[in-house]
Write a protein that binds this ligand. Structure first.
Ligand SMILES: O=C(O)C1=C[C@@H](OP(=O)(O)O)[C@@H](O)[C@H](O)C1
Ligand SMILES: C=C(OP(=O)(O)O)C(=O)O
Length: 451
């Protein structure tokens, strides 16, 4: 443990550098926090229901808390109650105009989904975010929401900060997604909640389907059909949402860091409890399986309408593979840590079709290429993926003073923490503060599993 707090270069809060040292086996049982995507949606749909929803297992990460704060600013009551959270909704159409700018912090999901909600309410809202979020493209939601009637004043390049004016009643549209994005799909469907008529999203490449599953659970009239190889999702508005009790399963994106860590650190035998395994999210476990990992699903069950299991992960000799780009949407946030698994495998791993990684919290292809090279990994950065030559299970050989830059990206920080466990000298990360956006107890769990 070497944590050094220092003033940041980007202007607020603190940065905390941390060296993740080579580790002994990961063992025992751990439980990762609630799913981030489901937590955002539970708060939003609860806020639009008439009555009180109760949420257990909510992720208390900064991203989800930014969603909660924004919904409060628009009239919902959201409070922690013991271990649960309660949400008193305002009803679809009932969002109030926020008095101040909505601070979205680091969270793309909060921003794009809330823009969808505001689009069909007769209110004006300003959205701001941190240095990372302020670089991310919002044109992808501005385009369809404009055709529904909302108007926008974004910063140059279609980014935050921006001001938007919703339109009530908005106009129902049929929108074919030009990019495989659950955030864009959800923004249009959420705008459709308060739009009279049928709003349709055509989805050529399936993405995570929590919005569809959960909106139906809250009582929306939403149908999903498949035709000519695409999903057709229709929402009938205006919708009446009824309150729900929701149990949020563990986040597979968070579990992935521990699944890779236990796979690459010799002697590991770790159980990760309560992991959500929705087929639109479980690509990482399928790809690790193709690489020869030893991951067993125990006690498969359903939690909150989602498939869940405990995962027993044992150290295994991984081999490099060519990753099918078609699997990317079901593991889009897990590529940084997959690259670490590839760095420890025998042979070469080739990834492609990953252009979307360039517009996440950081350019994740660039950031991971630079970080892994600093950790001693041989790789090639291509336009749409990385080609990584694995160490064959040998600890990564970076120099003792190598330091990696996380670019305000929690997933780069956690992936390189895992690389540190499997390295000869450890890996120093310039700033671990962003980890709190999605996985506040990450280092505590790592210390517990590796002790
Ligand atoms: O809808 C969601 O909850 C999310 C969708 C994905 O983003 P895109 O829709 O931009 O791919 C993912 O990267 C993000 O962490 C969460
Ligand atoms: C991309 C991510 O989140 P968001 O888009 O919500 O910032 C992520 O959590 O990896």
């Amino acid at each position: 443990m070497c944590a050094v707090k220092a003033p940041p270069s980007y202007g607020y809060a603190f940065v905390t550098a941390h060296r993740f040292l080579p580790s002994g086996p990961l063992t025992g049982r751990i439980r990762v926090p609630g799913d981030k995507s489901i937590s955002h949606r539970a708060l939003m749909f609860g806020a639009l229901a008439v009555g009180r929803s109760r949420i257990s297992g909510l992720l208390e990460g900064e991203d989800v808390l930014a969603t909660a704060a924004a919904l409060r600013a628009m009239g919902a009551r959201i409070e922690r109650s013991g271990d649960d959270w309660v949400v008193d909704g305002v009803g679809v159409g009932g969002l109030l105009q926020p008095e101040q700018a909505l601070d979205m912090g680091n969270s793309g999901t909060s921003t794009r989904l809330l823009m969808g909600l505001v689009a069909s309410h007769g209110i004006t809202a300003a959205f701001t975010g941190d240095a990372s979020l302020s670089k991310r493209p919002m044109g992808r939601v501005i385009d369809p929401l404009s055709t529904m009637g909302a108007s926008f004043t974004p910063s140059p390049g279609g980014t935050l900060p921006l001001v938007m004016e919703g339109m009530q009643p908005a106009v129902p549209v049929t929108y074919r997604l030009p990019v495989a994005s659950a955030q864009v799909k959800s923004a249009v469907l959420l705008a459709g909640l308060n739009t009279p008529g049928i709003t349709t999203v055509l989805e050529p490449v399936p993405t995570r389907d929590h919005t569809e599953r959960m909106l139906r659970g809250f009582g929306a009239e939403l149908t999903v059909e498949e035709a000519d190889g695409e999903r057709i999702i229709r929402i009938h508005g205006p919708a009446d949402l009824h309150p729900c009790d929701i149990t949020v399963p563990g986040d597979p994106s968070s579990a992935a860091f521990f699944a890779v860590a236990a796979s690459v650190v010799p002697g590991s035998d770790l159980v990760i409890e309560n992991v959500g395994l929705n087929p639109t999210r479980d690509g990482i476990f399928r790809v690790l399986g193709q690489m020869g990992s030893d991951i067993e699903k125990l006690d498969e069950r359903e939690v909150g309408g989602e498939p869940v299991a405990d995962l027993r992960v044992r150290h295994a000799k991984l081999k490099g593979i060519k990753v099918d780009p078609a699997i990317a949407p079901s593991m889009i946030d897990e590529f940084p840590v997959l690259f670490v698994a590839a760095a420890m495998a025998e042979g070469t791993t080739v990834t492609s079709g990953l252009d979307e990684l360039r517009v996440k919290e950081s350019d994740r292809l660039f950031a991971m290429a630079a970080a892994l090279m600093a950790a001693g990994v041989t790789l090639e950065e291509r336009e749409d993926g990385l080609v990584i030559t694995g160490s064959g299970g040998e600890p990564l050989r970076g120099t003792a003073n190598a330091r990696v830059a996380t670019h305000l990206d929690h997933r780069i920080a956690m992936s390189m923490a895992v690389a540190g466990l499997a390295s000869r000298h450890g890996v120093e990360i310039d700033d671990i503060e962003p980890i709190a956006t999605s996985f506040p107890n990450f280092t505590a769990l790592l210390d517990a599993a590796a002790s």
